[in-house]
Design a protein around this ligand. Structure first.
Ligand SMILES: C[S@@+](CC[C@H](N)C(=O)[O-])C[C@H]1O[C@@H](n2cnc3c(N)ncnc32)[C@H](O)[C@@H]1O
Length: 332
């Protein structure tokens, strides 16, 4: 084995810098591997692991992303951006990586201080944090439309807000929302609903695995049709986000799916409960039977909203006619 110095850094990244485990080996011996750490002995490598989902979404980092530092040239194997609250010890990283980390820390600080500004919607902050990366990734085919939706939500929703997941399914959107609203004040709520008990069980199980008991209490799950959301959600323009992820439960019974008529009624209900500055987010799937018709209903609903009080748009792939379409209806 070569006698060159190999630097291995395992970084656990969260809002707070937690730990860096690193090993310098000048005899080429392999460092004690951690359970989740992979090594390529000839290549110094920084691995991001065990990020919380929110931190990952915040950073645009996904599990198993790496930056490799062969000959101190940073090769990005997957597109991502780093946010650290403290850079790793300087002796362990190249100057190029150090400067990326410093920049990342500065951006993190800037974003954190924006997040502390009370009594405004997140959308008052412009340009939108993190969205640029996700949008570019989406446009280049490297990010999913659900990630774009979550990044947009992050710029609209504040800690302590009331939000509605109108189709909670397996709970990924519910979890993303919970992470946006949860804080020590415990004022925030996610009202999550689904027609299917299986979906609620799946959401409940995801939450139990992913958040603290205190955070879990901020989610209310309802087995009901979303046309009735006003029965459970405080009315009077209190809700910051109503999200629909239409279609059927992935891994479930495909015959149980959202339908144009009820989706339209639910959109009307969402419109009534939405706060100024709030957002109705609809992810529509056009590939299954009835899906395109449903999307067109959603599209017409958005197109008919008055321009003095709503901004309505859609994100759609041109050369992938069956790709899901994101419709965003933003109330001024
Ligand atoms: C695409 S899945 C939702 C995915 C989910 N948001 C997630 O993050 O995993 C659509 C869900 O809508 C539910 N659904 C269908 N019609 C509904 C209705 N009228 N009211 C509430 N939920 C409904 C289905 O049972 C299904 O679980």
């Amino acid at each position: 084995m070569s006698s060159s110095v190999h630097t291995y850094i395992t970084a656990q990244v969260c809002f707070r810098w937690r730990k860096i485990i690193s090993t310098n080996t000048d005899d080429g011996s392999r460092p004690e591997p951690r359970k989740t750490t992979k090594f390529v002995p000839s290549q110094p490598r920084l691995r991001l692991e065990a990020c919380t989902e929110r931190a990952m979404a915040f950073m645009g980092v996904y599990p198993n992303s790496y930056i490799s530092l062969p000959h101190k040239i940073i090769k990005i194997r997957k597109s991502f951006k780093l946010f650290f609250q403290a850079p790793p010890p300087t002796s362990l990283v190249s100057s190029k990586l150090r400067s990326i980390l410093r920049h990342a820390v500065a951006q993190h600080d800037a974003i954190s201080s924006q997040a502390e500004v009370p009594s405004s919607t997140a959308s008052d902050a412009f340009p939108f944090s993190g969205l640029e990366d996700v949008m570019t990734g989406y446009m280049l085919g490297k990010r999913k439309i659900t990630e774009v939706a979550h990044a947009v939500w992050k710029n609209v929703v504040r800690k302590g807000d009331l939000v509605v997941d109108a189709t909670c399914g397996n709970g990924y959107d519910t979890l993303a929302m919970l992470r946006l609203i949860a804080d020590d004040t415990r004022r925030g709520r996610v009202y999550a609903m689904d027609l299917q008990k299986d979906a609620l069980a799946s959401t409940s199980s995801l939450l139990d695995r992913s958040v603290t008991a205190d955070e879990r209490e901020l989610v209310e799950l309802y087995a009901m049709c979303h046309t009735k959301m006003e029965d459970i959600v405080p009315t009077g323009n209190a809700v910051r986000l109503v999200a629909f992820n239409l279609g059927y439960l992935p891994g479930g019974d495909k015959r149980i799916k959202t339908k144009s008529e009820t989706t339209l009624l639910a959109l009307e209900a969402a419109k009534r409960i939405l706060a100024p500055g709030g957002l109705i987010s609809v992810l529509a799937y056009v590939g299954h039977s009835g899906g395109r018709e449903e999307f067109e209903i959603v599209q017409s609903f958005g197109a008919g909203l008055p321009i003095d009080s709503w901004v309505c748009c859609k994100l759609q792939m041109l050369n992938r006619p069956l790709a899901p379409v994101l419709v965003l209806l933003s109330k001024k």
